[in-house]
Design a protein around this ligand. Structure first.
Ligand code: TRP
Ligand code: SF4
Length: 326
């Protein structure tokens, strides 16, 4: 029996290089070893975007397109939409009966996000319950592993505590999920800050070659290299973060040395990563364009996934209701 993996992403816009080099590459690898469930967590998006709910559907579509183009394979994994598997909501409700309020009030992101994003008015019942819904997402498939970045570790720890409490009250229904920590390389965006959609400095998988070139050419580099003859330190260079994530190993070492000896100019060095990205993303872009032209294919794939996810979730819920005594 294969172990079970579940992870999810909120549909909040197109995927950029940071997502590819971090989560996606890892998820794609896991597909061959585990029974994988990958969920577009539409209700989680709603918990913070409820004032702008109409955009979510389009983000769902974009995220599905990006996942499929990047190599998530519906033949290998269950790729599905959280809000189409209503059993998650039932389990969320049942869990909410047994979770002491302080467990949720002390989740660091709960207060932090409210402070950071006052306009979103995140002082809601739903937002407080965000980690409960996340727990339901995971345990309804009896997932053993949850591949996530550092920022989600607290949520998974909480999921484990919730599982222990549930199993103690009602009998052992759920395994405790474990984190599969994803190394997320810190990619710099075009302005040298961390690559992020909200900084408007990201390179997207859908970017055509000309845009990739336009974005990378003017990027800041190590400030020591004022002149072509000044040696630099690649580890202090934003462009080099892209090399580390996408350029083949041997080539990286060669570039690093050349940078330190000033035997290569920054433009030449940028040309290498531009060509690398254009080449590596060519098949992806092609797949993406094909899917964008045929939205029905994308929605059909999701519907197939929803059906498979539903089947498993329904089985679990039968057990849960029985365990509780209903
Ligand atoms: N909270 C996660 C994030 O913001 C998204 C998420 C929802 C998730 N449900 C999940 C991740 C279940 C892993 C497993 O990235
Ligand atoms: Fe950065 Fe490359 Fe220029 Fe060195 S040569 S500073 S790594 S762009």
């Amino acid at each position: 029996m294969k172990k079970i993996v579940l992870s999810g992403m909120r549909p909040t816009g197109a995927l950029h290089l940071g997502h590819i080099a971090g989560a996606l590459r890892n998820w794609i690898k896991l597909q061959d070893k585990y029974e994988c469930y990958y969920s577009i967590v539409s209700w989680h998006a709603l918990s913070s975007e409820y004032k702008n709910s109409k955009v979510i559907k389009n983000y769902i579509f974009e995220l599905a397109v990006d996942w499929l183009s990047a190599g998530l394979d519906p033949e290998k994994s269950v790729i599905f939409l959280q809000s189409e598997v209503k059993e998650h909501a039932e389990l969320h409700l049942l869990l909410s009966m047994i979770i002491p309020l302080p467990w949720l009030e002390r989740v660091p992101t709960f207060k932090e996000m409210q402070k950071q994003l006052p306009d979103k008015e995140l002082n809601t019942y739903g937002f407080l319950g965000y980690p409960v819904l996340q727990t339901a997402d995971i345990i309804i498939y009896k997932a053993n592993y949850v591949p996530v970045g550092e920022d989600q570790v607290y949520h998974i720890e909480l999921a484990r505590e919730i599982v222990r409490r549930f199993n103690r009250f009602f009998g052992k229904v759920f395994p405790e999920p474990e984190v599969l920590l994803t190394e997320v390389p810190r990619l710099a965006g075009t302005d040298g800050r961390k690559m992020s959609k909200s900084y408007n400095n990201a390179i997207y998988i859908g970017d055509p070659p000309s845009v990739i070139e336009e974005k990378i050419k003017p990027m800041v580099t190590d400030t020591r290299r004022k002149r072509r003859s000044d040696p630099g330190e690649p580890n202090d260079c934003p462009v080099f973060t892209l090399h580390k994530a996408f350029t083949p190993e041997e080539k990286i070492n060669e570039l690093a040395q050349a940078c330190r000896k000033a035997s290569i100019g920054c433009l030449d060095c940028k040309k290498v990563i531009i060509d690398e990205l254009i080449e590596e993303f060519a098949p992806l872009r092609e797949k993406r364009n094909e899917l964008l032209k045929n939205p029905k294919i994308v929605w059909d794939i999701l519907e197939e996934g929803n059906k498979k996810a539903r089947k498993k979730a329904q089985q679990t819920m039968e057990e849960v209701r029985k365990a509780i005594g209903f």
